[in-house]
Design a protein around this ligand. Structure first.
Ligand SMILES: Cc1cc2nc3c(=O)[nH]c(=O)nc-3n(C[C@H](O)[C@H](O)[C@H](O)COP(=O)(O)OP(=O)(O)OC[C@H]3O[C@@H](n4cnc5c(N)ncnc54)[C@H](O)[C@@H]3O)c2cc1C
Length: 413
């Protein structure tokens, strides 16, 4: 077993780190100022995207590429350490066309799009010309159980008619968002996991109304986590993705690699929080000592280091497994990292905020926003409890009584 990154990964890491140093870190303040002033997307985004693409730092998340597709063709294991670097500045993923939820949609379209869907929707996404959203969650039903969703997709001649209400639809408010991949029910009477289908809905279709963009923990995300009404929305039948009734299977296929991306970005965010915490703790004194010299703080620093290393190994192993056996066979590991990484993200960031004192809650450090996003990730792509349930279910299924020989025999009475 070799724990070192491959030469190819090291080369890409260095390239990405250089790009971050030269072009991303110097623009953090400008990004904050412009987006707070309502300028979104920020003025330099298109220029940075063009630069990143010219330097070969583009679509790095997508493993199998056709010859005519822009990207690097890295495996999940090779991409994971790059996602970690992007996690230090959340908006940087957009510069490299590696941002959710477009990445998940690109993966889905890559696997299942018809030639027409490919040309109209996937090509401009791969080129970073448009954005997209994924619409599954609904306010009226507990959506962590995707079989609950009620939005209807009804066939009428050459069209499908869509009725329903969705919320927390990330990216929907981005000015460049052109379409949603929507999950709804085509046949509520079919078997539980065959009722759902996915369909492409252009955002400008009559009947689509973005009602509001709720803040999360009072943080406004300009890309949006929007509440959207779909009322008598008509799209051509050719917009259906895959077969009628395949929506549930498509949703499963969509989520594997994307969880690696989120989790590695969370590790990057935790790593940054630890760096900030250790630096700050060595700058300020209380009760005659640097904050870093107090035992409690030393323990926080040590625990953070241990927990980050544990989580990183677990996520890299899950990425390796997806490459080897596919997302379906790796689902227990994917659920494990989905529980571990967002909790790590919030735990380490929370310690860092505490070390910064009151300043930790303000926008003067990236910690408060980072905490908010880490907290959101405990719901997005399925809440912790659902993943724990998956892990337990698989663990129980795998248990086969093989330990019976190891049991101690109770003393005879
Ligand atoms: C910032 C953000 C972005 C998001 N982006 C998107 C997006 O782009 N598209 C999209 O479709 N959705 C998105 N979501 C929604 C997210 O996927 C859902 O919130 C999530 O699936 C949970 O669904 P729910 O909110 O309906 O919670 P519910 O299903 O109502 O569940 C509530 C709680 O019940 C508990 N629970 C549920 N099941 C179990 C169980 N089996 N055992 C024990 N406890 C359980 C959990 O604690 C859970 O948090 C986003 C959410 C956030 C916060």
């Amino acid at each position: 077993m070799d724990f070192a990154y491959s030469p190819k990964t090291e080369e890409m890491r260095q390239k990405l780190l250089d790009f971050m140093e030269a072009h991303i870190y110097p623009r953090i303040r400008q990004y904050e100022e412009e987006s707070r002033a309502g300028q979104f997307p920020v003025s330099f985004m298109d220029d940075l995207k063009a630069l990143a693409r010219a330097e070969g730092l583009w679509n790095m998340f997508l493993p199998s590429l056709r010859d005519d597709e822009p990207g690097t063709g890295l495996s999940n294991l090779e991409y994971a350490p790059l996602a970690e670097i992007m996690g230090r500045v959340p908006w940087s993923a957009t510069v490299f066309n590696c941002n959710a939820p477009d990445t998940g949609n690109m993966e889905l379209l890559h696997m299942f799009a018809t030639p027409e869907q490919y040309d109209r929707w996937l090509k401009p996404l791969l080129n970073g010309e448009i954005r997209s959203a994924f619409a599954m969650t609904e306010p009226d039903v507990a959506s962590s159980d995707a079989t609950n969703i009620t939005t209807s997709i009804r066939r009428e001649g050459d069209e499908y008619v869509i009725h329903g209400r969705k919320w927390f639809i990330s990216n929907a408010c981005h000015p460049d968002c052109r379409f949603f991949i929507l999950m709804g029910k085509t046949d509520p009477n079919a078997d539980t996991h065959k009722q759902q289908s996915m369909i492409i809905v252009p955002r400008d279709t009559p009947g689509v109304t973005i009602e509001r963009n709720p803040t999360i923990l009072n943080m406004l995300d300009h890309e949006g986590h929007a509440e959207i009404i779909f009322k008598n929305v008509r799209v051509p039948s050719g917009n259906l993705l895959g077969e009628e009734g395949s929506g549930f299977a498509l949703a499963q296929a969509r989520l594997g690699p994307g969880r690696i991306h989120h989790c590695m970005r969370s590790i990057g965010a935790a790593e940054l929080a630890l760096e900030l915490m250790t630096e700050r703790a060595q700058e300020r004194k209380t009760f005659g000592r640097y904050i870093a010299q107090h035992g409690t703080i030393k323990e926080w620093i040590a625990k953070s280091r241990i927990e980050i290393e544990q989580a990183r190994l677990l996520v890299l192993r899950a990425a390796w497994l997806i490459d080897k056996v596919g997302a379906k066979a790796a689902r227990k590991d994917i659920s494990m990292i989905k529980v571990v990484a967002p909790q790590l993200h919030t735990k380490v960031t929370d310690r860092a905020m505490q070390v910064f004192g009151a300043m930790g809650m303000t926008p003067d450090t990236p910690l408060a926003d980072s905490y908010t996003w880490g907290r959101a990730l405990r719901y997005a792509d399925g809440p912790d409890e659902v993943h724990l349930q998956t892990i337990a279910k698989l663990e129980l299924r795998e248990s086969n009584g093989s330990t019976s020989a190891i049991h101690l025999t109770p003393p005879e009475r």
